[in-house]
Design a protein around this ligand. Structure first.
Ligand code: G4P
Length: 534
């Protein structure tokens, strides 16, 4: 198959959701429909048994969390899907956000009873900034939930995203009988399978078929007929260009645990989600179908196998064909490097990868120089923009309890910075650490202790947020620090850019209002849309 064909059949995406909305269940069902699992259960058992069976990261074992990332690859209907796991839940961290810089689309899972929740919103914001197309799956329709029209309204109002219902549920809770495909104008009636372990058998019928009316309660049926009429009357038409920009969201209803609506989601997804597009390099957009290989590192995971102290750099392929043993240029050092240890990684299972194309993820083992944001390419002119740093929400000061270990501490800190485990800032009272989620501090402390023998005491700090000062306005701020609201302080990030630490949300808003001449941003200024598609 040519590079062009390989690229056009690929879909690389992540599932974003709030804990318990059903991400694990849906992942499993996608694999089931992709033929990658004969019976659902494998992903869940991985989630549940993590604490007992994983031996590749002690901290994961102790806490039952997932720090190491997972990439699932499966085929469906002639397409190759790469599903990137976004560590979430208790292990929410900057890595969660970084994964989203490597995908071309996202599936947002909502719990029908809860609607938009806090974590969904944060992840959505990151996708929105990149202009990534978002598909919505409203899950758990088999349980009593909120009115579907109400949920659409919430998506629109809270996220400013315009849902386009691709299908519409018939009944809800106990009475959930299937969904109506608004595009094909067919009703899909489902049967429940024991525990949802097998693909749900389904019957496809015309909406006017009396069998549908018979299977539904009279009031549900009347409401359903009324709703689809309302939708046809008021909903904006499906618009592929708006979907591609992340403005309109194809929305599906279903129940992952019962396999209701999963296949319709997959079919709609491969049809409307984009294949890998051109990505912006410093020299302009790079066509994914160009023959020359390029990719960027979006995650570095150290200590995946403590026996070997190995590090895995996760590379998103952006163009050309990757072949094992090929020579590439490493952007940060300018060195030519042979890529021999290329793997496909699922948890602790590894498989050698011989070739890969745009959209695929490679795990490269054993390159100490590789850092987040680095480019690997056969044409040295292809260098991708650095990845953004995401706004931290947790703050701490790290104190080395043993001064004789100062050198080890510096070495460890340097290494963990390369891996982006935490961020560092200079504040008027000395260096401070920052993270998107508290787990990052735990990993930092744990790894310094286990890999460098350094014991740290972590003192939490109570900052609310940090804002980067626009480079042109830096001088104005430094000339008059009295402009800062009470409790706020000026500082610098690791690259020496001016920042302001704010104690409360209120003070952020107050400052913006009082000093519009000193512009600030919540995301480090490097972050520009990574996609040339926008
Ligand atoms: P997460 O990865 O987003 O955290 O969610 P996960 O899939 O683990 O699902 C969270 C809970 O919601 C699980 O129940 C799961 O079975 C349930 N769930 C997922 N999809 C559906 C659905 O379509 N309908 C219903 N009714 N429930 C659903 P649990 O009690 O936490 O675990 P378990 O008893 O299933 O092991």
């Amino acid at each position: 198959m040519s590079v062009v064909d390989q690229v056009s059949r690929r879909r690389t995406f992540a599932i974003i959701s709030h804990p318990d909305a059903g991400k694990t269940t849906l992942t499993e069902k996608l694999l089931l429909y992709g033929g990658a699992l004969l019976e659902a259960g494998a992903v869940r058992s991985r989630k549940n048994e993590r604490a007992t069976t994983s031996d590749w990261m002690e901290l994961e074992k102790q806490r039952g969390i997932s720090i190491s990332s997972t990439v699932l690859q499966f085929d469906y209907d002639g397409h190759r899907l790469n599903l990137l796991d976004t560590p979430g839940h208790r292990d929410f961290s900057e890595d969660t956000y970084r994964v989203l810089t490597a995908v071309d689309a996202a599936v947002m899972v909502l719990d029908a009873a809860k609607g938009i929740e806090a974590q969904t919103r944060k992840l959505f914001e990151v996708c929105r900034r990149r202009g990534v197309p978002i598909f919505t799956f409203v899950n758990k329709l088999d349980r009593p939930g909120r009115e579907p029209l109400d949920l659409l309204d919430e998506i629109e109002k809270v996220l400013g995203l315009h849902p386009f219902p691709m299908n519409w549920p018939l009944g809800m809770g106990q009475d959930f009988t299937g969904v109506y495909d608004r595009v094909e104008k067919r009703v899909h009636l489902f049967e429940r399978t024991p525990g949802g372990a097998f693909m749900a058998p389904l019957e496809v019928r015309d909406p006017s078929d009396p069998a549908i009316k018979e299977r539904m309660r009279a009031d549900d049926y009347a409401r359903f007929m009324e709703e689809i009429e309302i939708l046809d009357g008021v909903a904006a038409p499906f618009d592929a260009a708006r979907v591609a920009k992340g403005d309109q969201s194809p929305t599906f209803f279903g129940s992952a645990s019962n396999n209701f609506g999963v296949q319709l989601l997959l079919d709609g997804f491969i049809r409307h989600a984009p294949p890998p597009g051109p990505r912006l390099s410093l020299a302009g957009p790079v066509d994914p179908r160009s023959p020359s290989f390029s990719g960027f590192i979006f995650k570095v995971q150290g200590n995946m196998d403590p026996r070997h102290r190995d590090r895995v750099a996760f590379v998103r392929v952006c163009s050309g064909k990757f072949e094992r043993d090929m020579q590439v240029t490493h952007s940060r050092t300018g060195k030519r490097i042979r890529l021999a240890n290329s793997h496909r990684i699922f948890g602790r299972d590894r498989e050698i990868v011989e070739e890969a194309y745009a959209g695929d993820i490679l795990g490269l083992v054993g390159h100490a120089d590789f850092a987040i944001g680095d480019t690997l390419s056969s044409d040295p002119a292809h260098v991708y923009e650095e990845l953004p740093r995401f706004p931290p929400e947790c703050w701490a000061r790290a104190l080395n309890t043993d001064p004789t270990k100062a050198k080890s501490y510096r070495k460890g800190l340097e290494q963990l910075m390369l891996e982006g485990v935490v961020q560092t800032f200079e504040s008027p009272t000395g260096p401070i650490l920052a993270a998107v989620g508290p787990l990052q501090f735990e990993v930092f402390k744990f790894r310094l202790q286990s890999e460098y023998g350094v014991e740290l005491r972590m003192e939490p700090l109570a900052w609310h947020s940090v804002r980067w000062v626009d480079a042109e306005d830096e001088k104005k701020l430094l000339a008059d620090l009295d402009v800062l609201p009470s409790g706020a302080q000026a500082g610098k990030d690791a690259a020496g850019r001016a920042v302001i630490f704010f104690p409360t949300e209120w003070s952020v808003g107050y400052f913006a209002e009082k000093h519009p001449d000193i512009r600030t941003t919540a995301l480090s200024p490097l972050s520009r849309p990574a996609d040339a598609r926008r």
